[in-house]
Design a protein around this ligand. Structure first.
Ligand code: SF4
Length: 429
């Protein structure tokens, strides 16, 4: 979501004359869009600002803005702790960034802009042309969360669940399509909780599917509780919805799910899995796992391993629990580091081994890849399979933006390597 937000912030500041530069030394304005999900997010922000301070000093100081979830969580504290920062602006307020920049330049007074104002933000964004011209683009449809999992900061930094207007989203998808986008990933912290005047995520997928230029649709991140039958059934109807379901489960133990306040059980998850596999046996699942959550015993951990062995997740994410300030879990006793990392190693070996085997099984096979771009370093091209696996292959410049057939020659854990092949022509006599 931060990638989407960063692009929209750029679309906004362009209106008051700022252009993007890759050369930090020539920047008049340094904007850091932050994420609070990662470990030590706050400290990383101060460290980064320290680096900017060293580069520019005070004589040539650029305008320094911190945006995103860390700005939201820290707000005015940030301005007090690091006077080099001029403006902090939360993820629901960045539609006001131009007026805040102008206000600062005029008054030279620090600004804390961290109100939750999703309605106004999306009103503004709907009138602002999305300039993303990539083959694969994000499109935010929902923000915030009401679920309050005990380990997560999102409800505090992104505010309550909010769904954007159905028509505005479809309009933005059409603009993206006109700009050359072929794949859209619908985004939300609880994307499948999307509900705008009874239009649900399933309706949105079927509507966006009508746009000819759009060839692939994905969505992330979803919650098992909102995996309703209408969404499950779309997998049987849609021609463009990709067969990879990213559905975080976090743990294979009901006891831990309860301690996390996840509000779903392993049985609920398995039920969703069975229903989807019945609709399309080629659907694969990917997931997120928090290892060594406070209270996780050997038995709970073994349940997670069993679940991974059973469902054979691909492209998944796993981390050792790390407390986030302000959350319920931040007050709980953590598990010894040595034990936590040992468990993480075991989980990752299981996940990675499966990924390696799956990639190996594709060698010598021909698969569909959406070509995203040409690599800068070599003459190879980059794209993704239907299951989001990265592929690097030989192709032609004209193939960018097209779904082509690629013969896989070799693979490693994260990437498939191959070359474009022409689909053999069927002959009839
Ligand atoms: S549902 Fe997702 S975003 Fe909401 S609190 Fe839980 S982990 Fe965080």
């Amino acid at each position: 979501m931060n990638e989407y937000d960063s692009n929209r912030i750029f679309d906004t500041v362009k209106k008051i004359g700022f252009n993007k530069t890759d050369n930090i030394d020539e920047a008049n304005c340094y904007l850091l869009n932050t994420c609070h999900i990662r470990d030590k997010a706050k400290e990383k922000v101060y460290h980064e600002i320290g680096r900017v301070k060293q580069t520019f000093g005070f004589k040539n100081k650029p305008l320094v803005i911190v945006a995103g979830c860390v700005a939201q969580a820290e707000n005015e504290q940030m301005l007090k702790r690091e006077p080099y920062i001029d403006i902090v602006i939360g993820p629901q307020s960045y539609h006001r960034i131009n007026s805040k920049i102008e206000e600062f330049l005029e008054k030279q007074k620090k600004i804390d802009e961290t109100e939750f104002d999703a309605d106004l933000k999306f009103d503004y964004l709907s009138k602002l042309k999305n300039s993303s011209g990539k083959v694969s683009s994000f499109l935010t449809i929902q923000e915030g969360c009401d679920k309050f999992c005990h380990f997560c900061v999102v409800p505090y930094t992104r505010g309550p669940e909010y769904s954007r207007s159905f028509n505005e989203i479809v309009e933005e998808a059409k603009i993206l399509a006109k700009n050359g986008v072929k794949e859209i990933t619908l985004l939300g912290q609880n994307v499948n909780a999307y509900n705008y005047k009874n239009h649900k995520l399933s309706d949105l997928i079927l509507e966006i599917e009508k746009i000819n230029e759009i060839k692939r649709i994905r969505y992330t991140t979803s919650h098992p509780r909102d995996m309703t039958d209408d969404l499950i059934n779309v997998y049987g109807i849609s021609k463009k919805l990709m067969p990879l379901v990213h559905l975080p489960i976090q743990s294979g133990s009901n006891k831990i799910l309860k301690l996390m306040n996840r509000n779903h059980s392993i049985e609920d998850y398995l039920n969703i899995y069975e229903k989807l596999k019945k609709i399309n046996p080629f659907i694969q699942f990917s997931s997120d796992f928090i290892i060594a959550y406070p209270g996780e015993e050997e038995d709970d951990f073994n349940h997670t391993i069993e679940l991974i062995k059973k469902l054979k997740f691909i492209n998944s994410f796993s981390f050792v629990f790390s407390p986030r300030p302000g959350t319920v879990a931040s007050k709980l006793k953590t598990i010894e580091k040595k034990v936590s990392f040992k468990r993480l190693q075991i989980i990752q070996k299981e996940l990675f081994d499966h990924q390696i085997n799956m990639n190996k099984s594709l060698e010598n096979k021909i698969i569909d890849v959406l070509v995203e771009n040409k690599n800068k370093k070599d003459n190879k091209f980059f794209g993704r399979t239907e299951y989001m696996t990265s592929a690097i292959f030989d192709a032609n410049k004209d193939d960018v933006g097209k779904i082509i057939s690629v013969k896989i020659i070799s693979s490693n854990q994260n990437t498939l390597f191959g070359k474009k092949v022409e689909k053999s022509r069927l002959k009839v006599a």
